[in-house]
Design a protein around this ligand. Sequence first.
Ligand code: HXC
Length: 257
Amino acid sequence: MDYETIITETRGKVGLITLNRPKALNALNSRILAELVSAVNGFCADPGIGAVVVTGSDKAFAAGADIKEMQAISYADAYSQDFFVGWEEFTRARKPIIAAVAGYALGGGCELAMMCDFIIAADTAKFGQPEITLGVIPGMGGSQRLTRFVGKSKAMDMCLTGRMMDAAEAERSGLVSRVVPAAELVEEAVKAAAKIADFSLPSVMMAKEAVNRAYETTLAEGLRFERRLFHSLFALEDQKEGMAAFAEKRKPNFTNR
Ligand code: HXC
């Protein structure tokens, strides 16, 4: 499909989405949101795709929500339209999404990265929630997701001072899963996504669902939920195939059945 603000391509079983508003450092306007959601939904509906990577440019993953677009919005409009609620659709994707972040991931850019299932960062990455410098606060999950990733003290520091975190600090504090050299970022993220895409899709989707449930419920309920999903996987041919392949010392041939 032809998009204006993103580029989509497939690399084997991986869907790759590149944010593409270079003149605005990939600032997230309503168009990019609509296109991103459409692209992710398309990849989720495509049986040939097992995982998705979202990336930006060398300079910016995304420098935030588009300040110029939202500058003049009134309270009445923001409230009536439930401004930013559209991003919830992005988080409903059931296939795994990896954020591959180089350069600035600020405000909505940091929040978009955190909406993905995990973040691989280039050594050039810089994360921040600078909304306070604009007279507002994070509006796409920054105060909630960042706090769950890095804890209260660091999240408060980031949201109240607006300072940026470099890649090393982001890895140390659990915001990103790994840091790679900038030149290898997309390749490494696609490699990780390809590895996931080679596994049985239903088990991958259930693993995602189970980990996400940890954020929504108590430990006892989460453990019960995990166990029930685990039980259900024994209904799949892929469980038989995966375990038989191990016993027979060969590679499994998963069919997503
Ligand atoms: C709209 C943006 C933008 C943004 C950059 N640009 N960020 N446009 N919205 N978030 C535009 C600039 O206006 C400029 O356009 C061009 O991109 C290049 O940016 P420069 O500032 O010239 O680049 P540089 O000097 O390298 O500085 C990079 C930067 C800076 C440090 C990332 O651009 C910056 O501070 N951006 C804003 C970061 C931010 O505050 N993000 C949070 C947004 S609020 P022109 O046309 O001048 O060349 C948010 C959530 C809001 O995300 C939720 C609450 C409701």
